[in-house]
Design a binder for this molecule. Structure first.
Ligand code: NAD
Ligand code: MG
Length: 384
């Protein structure tokens, strides 16, 4: 069980909920890192008294260093600061709650130190799943998922042996645009996309949940995490987000994990596994949660999911291209520069244009990410 945790991305949605778990469960924060939110990071430093605090920009870190000089917390900056937080001696666990491929470097650094990885940053596995899992095996680092679906699978997989698994079933809320046609989706706005029915999350993952790319990234994440071929993973729409995912075994038993849509439960389990302790998550009232419904995803209106499933089947650098193109396209959408349906269009074009590499090295993964981003910027700068 974890005792001292380096929280990478402590000012974000997952990071703040993780600190709630740390506070309630009597754990310690060894390091806290943020992008730009120095004000919140300072409050967190004062409450949790970590060994190290990190901000992205050195100028902001310099200022914070002066302001928290009374606390004994060291302040660092940039990617080297993130890596230092990931490698910190006194931490037994690293929570990766940074958004996007930026999480890859510190995650690899923590793995090489043999830390437990409480993995929220799914993009790391989507881009470099094979390399990350191999490294974790070699360095004896345990990767415990934070993503609610993967935590549900992790818990449900404890009911049988891996060779007895027929299928992993990822549940999907359907997002804010469930039931809409391609035509309806032509006119949706950034504000519409940022209204998720069940979960309050960071902007990037909220848009991914609206396109269903989030489920596609989770499909690839599950494939790597549980060494399952894509044919043994499926997606089912479950609007209520009460069943967080299921494992079907060869005898046709389905084992599911249920709970309120509250990320503090999977975050806590990533820290306390293999134990369970009381914690802050909201309990589920079965008599009040209403009927549970299930349906098939609409791959025509939500092509991002189909693109990701296809990238999962192709393997190689396709995950890195898909993810890099998606990060760039979602960034443009959030800046108001492209429309909602342009996101899957740009991802599809990038997947066609970036050269396929069957068994990429880390350098080739990073090159694929960069090439995909460049394709998206290039294509979106002209009418397409
Ligand atoms: P968020 O945007 O709310 O928070 C991200 C955090 O990372 C912030 O502290 C931010 O300052 C920091 N950050 C962002 N970019 C950075 C960079 N380049 N360098 C250093 N720090 C950076 O995001 P979130 O919703 O908490 O999601 C974090 C990760 O967890 C994502 O990979 C997401 O897919 C995954 N995840 C989130 C949820 C959720 O409920 N929010 C659920 C499952 C998985
Ligand atoms: Mg999820």
């Amino acid at each position: 069980m974890s005792k001292r945790i380096s929280v990478l991305g402590s000012t974000g949605s997952i990071g703040r909920q993780a600190l709630d778990v740390i506070r309630t469960c009597g754990l310690e924060a060894a390091a806290l890192t943020a992008g730009h939110n120095a004000k919140l990071l300072e409050e967190q430093v004062r409450e949790f008294k970590p060994r190290l605090a990190v901000l992205l920009e050195e100028s902001a870190a310099k200022d914070l260093r002066v302001r928290v000089a009374d606390t004994g917390t060291k302040v660092a900056s940039g990617v080297s600061g993130l890596v230092e937080a990931a490698e910190l001696d006194c931490a037994d666990t690293v929570l990766t709650a940074i958004v996007g491929i930026a999480g890859l470097r510190p995650t690899m650094a923590a793995i090489r130190e043999g830390k437990r990885i409480a993995l929220a940053n799914k993009e790391t596995l989507v881009c470099a799943g094979r390399l990350v899992m191999e490294e974790a095996r070699d360095f004896g680092s345990k990767i415990v998922p934070v993503d609610s679906e993967h935590s549900a699978l992790f818990q449900s997989l404890q009911a049988g042996r891996r060779c007895e698994v027929k299928r992993l079933i990822l549940t999907c809320s359907g997002g804010p645009f469930y039931g809409k046609t391609q035509k309806d989706l032509e006119s949706v706005t950034r504000e519409d996309a940022l209204k998720h029915p069940n979960w309050a999350m960071g902007a990037k993952i909220t848009v991914d949940s609206a396109t269903l790319m989030n489920k596609g990234l989770e499909f690839i994440e599950a494939m790597h995490l549980y060494e399952m071929p894509p044919e043994k993973i499926s997606v089912v729409i479950h609007r209520e987000s009460i069943i967080h995912s299921l494992v079907e075994y060869y005898d046709n038993a389905m084992i599911a994990q249920m709970g309120t849509p509250d990320m503090r439960l999977p975050i806590q389990y990533a820290f306390t596994w293999p134990n369970r302790t009381p914690g802050p998550a909201t309990p589920l009232d079965l008599t009040a949660c209403g009927p549970l419904t299930f349906g098939a995803p609409d791959l025509e209106s939500f092509p991002s999911l189909a693109l990701a499933m296809d990238a999962a089947k192709r393997g190689g650098n396709a995950g890195a291209v898909l993810n890099g193109a998606n990060e760039a396209a979602v960034g443009l959408f959030l800046e108001g520069k492209i429309r909602f349906l342009d996101i899957p269009r740009l991802v599809e074009r990038a997947l066609e244009r970036v050269a396929f590499v069957p068994d990429p090295s880390m350098t080739q993964v990073l090159q694929a990410d960069q090439a995909a981003r460049e394709e998206v910027l290039c294509i979106s700068s002209q009418p397409f």
